[in-house]
Ligand binder design. Structure first.
Ligand code: SF4
Length: 263
């Protein structure tokens, strides 16, 4: 696991332009693969423009209680960049003006933004019908002030989506830090107690698997089956779906590929 953000270590990969320089080099610069812009240009779709805004995904800050080794936003507990209430007010205006119906909140740990709950409540008044929170789970157990988050989520019918690298302690803690597995299990049990993730429940609880290195995830349906069996048998935990994704190769996830620095 990482112990500090790239920013705290003064690593060159903390700078977005350095990441872009690396990503735009290699096989792209040599013409072996086309740039995304060129590809959509070829099919007459450049520049891409949204037809209608329905789902607004907002990153409300880089502050996080964890320092996962694969984090592609380079979050850590010392990152101070968080969205202000003033900017959130502007987002509320966007919601009102566009009729967006879903608000998807991410971070860092979005719950650590001091205006997180206020924003959810105001967004509901502005017309948002569906909320998604990308919760790292451990935030619920990290401090007394977050212990009631499962109740807050339930009150606002928030769809909880959480990363869970594995159903074993060793693999989970290796990617996300010591103690993360036990806290995540406890948080999942607390969400289940409120009805989250239970068969037939409208309180949605989904898990996300993403690899820690330069490899693709396994078959999603097979992984979901394995996760469900293990978590149910070992801890009595239920959840709805498991999504297997790959991270964007940026920030700390980019830094994991040492070879890339040498391009
Ligand atoms: S919980 Fe998410 S935001 Fe926080 S360090 Fe891990 S990957 Fe990054």
């Amino acid at each position: 696991m990482a112990t500090k953000s790239l920013k705290a270590k003064g690593d060159e990969l903390a700078v977005s332009n350095k990441q872009l320089e690396i990503l735009n080099g290699g096989i792209f610069a040599e013409g072996e693969l086309p740039y995304f812009k060129d590809k959509i240009d070829q099919i007459g779709q450049f520049p891409l423009r949204p037809k209608k805004l329905e789902i607004l995904q907002i990153n409300v800050g880089y502050m996080c209680n964890q320092v996962c080794e694969h984090c592609h936003v380079d979050a850590d507990p010392d990152r101070k960049e968080i969205m202000t209430r003033e900017t959130m007010q502007q987002c509320l205006e966007v919601i009102k003006n566009t009729g967006a119906h879903t608000l998807d909140l991410t971070g860092g740990a979005p719950e650590m933004n001091p205006d997180f709950r206020w924003f959810v409540e105001e967004a509901a008044k502005a017309g948002i019908q569906d909320f998604i929170v990308r919760s790292n789970l451990t935030i619920i157990r990290s401090n007394k002030k977050y212990h009631d988050l499962p109740d807050f989520f339930k009150e606002h019918n928030v769809h909880v989506i959480s990363s869970m690298p594995h159903w074993t302690r060793g693999k989970t803690d290796k990617q996300r830090g010591d103690g993360v597995f036990d806290k995540s299990i406890k948080a999942l049990q607390e969400l289940n107690e409120r009805g989250y993730g239970m068969p037939g429940s409208n309180l949605r609880l989904d898990l996300v698997y993403n690899p820690s290195g330069a490899y693709l995830p396994g078959d999603q349906a097979a992984m979901e089956k394995d996760f469900k069996k293990a978590l149910k048998e070992d801890f009595g935990i239920e959840f709805h779906n498991l999504f297997a994704i790959t991270n964007l190769p940026i920030a700390r996830f980019l830094g994991l590929f040492d070879c890339i620095r040498k391009l």
